[in-house]
Design a protein around this ligand. Sequence first.
Ligand code: DSN
Length: 418
Amino acid sequence: MDQKTLLQSDPEVAALVSSEESRQFEKVRLIASENYTSRAVLEATGSVFTNKYSEGYAGKRYYEGQQCVDPLEELAISRAKALFGADHANVQAYSGSPANLAVYFATLKPGDTVMGMALPSGGHLTHGWKVSITGSFFRSVQYSVDGTTGLIDYEKVRELALAERPKLLICGATAYPRILDFAAFRSIADEVGAVLLADMAHIAGLVAGGAHPSPIPHADVVTTTTHKTLRGPRGAMILCREAMAKAIDKAVFPGLQGGPHNHTTAGIAVALKEASTPDFKAYAAQVVANAKALAGHLAGHGFKLVSGGTDNHLILMDVTPRGMTGKSYAQALDRAGLECNYNTVPDDPRKPFDPSGLRLGTAAVTSRGMKETEMKFIADCFNRVAGMVEDVDGLDRLAAEVREFCAAYPAPGIISRH
Ligand code: DSN
């Protein structure tokens, strides 16, 4: 961004912003939940809409001066509904966790039973994990992936649902590399009379671009963040059937939140316009093609891929067969200019703070125009780092190579380096 004013008024913050731009430009960013937003999204998110309070909804606000906010929010809502084919959209949730909590508030009473995928299997904290409010204010039962195949066993999910009769059944994941069978979850929810919540945060961009089946025809309510594969600002949306619209809106405001972050709504509106283009469709397809290519090359280097590969943007791999743990390897990779996060793998014998695995995603590198050929370079770098985890000089030399490699790929939004 143009930071002349910031530089003058607060050089310390300006320097950190500038360093972060360089860091994002010079690294191969493979954190599966991250991306690069466009310059247009950054400008909308950094706009004067941050100055405005707008508690309520269009036409029914508790503050005056909504001449621009009302049409902005209505524009974001209509773009969200059109892009995903939803009856209703709420674009006010601050992020993914509040969006999920709003669904709990709209559909449950404290102590009711919820059922989601366990965090170590690739679920999210807010899918009922014990340390989250969703696992302590509600009665939470959790399903897991099969420890051997790494896949969801839909028959086991069904059996657990029949035994526990959840009021809210949650599907969706943060570390599941395969297609989710939303129709199977629908049929389980129907059998036990549960509301079905699909959290599509990780795959929303793939759904928008037609590279992953949509949960919209199956789920009663769908939550998503807007900044992962969807490539918008940090924010969230809740999409639902008309029958749930009033309850969802009421749960978000006044149930859970005060004024919406209108600057975020502006960024979301821009991202939704971008996501409805043929270019974005091609992007979503390339994200998956890149993940498959990267997975193939990593397997060729002896890494053990959970489920044997990927259908989406995400790869989960057990690095212990190569004599490393997830944390030490992720730290060495970061030093060498390749950024990812350590992650548990199914039935991980190790603790989450130093687990057996790594999670990788191709959303950000694909936004820079990288394709299958570049995935081979990246996988080769992973192999080289595995051979020198403690060799800091070797890692620093590789980081210089990675910087040179990255320089050829423009990063959306980072115009200072173009
Ligand atoms: N923290 C996000 C992720 O990395 O998947 C989920 O909210």
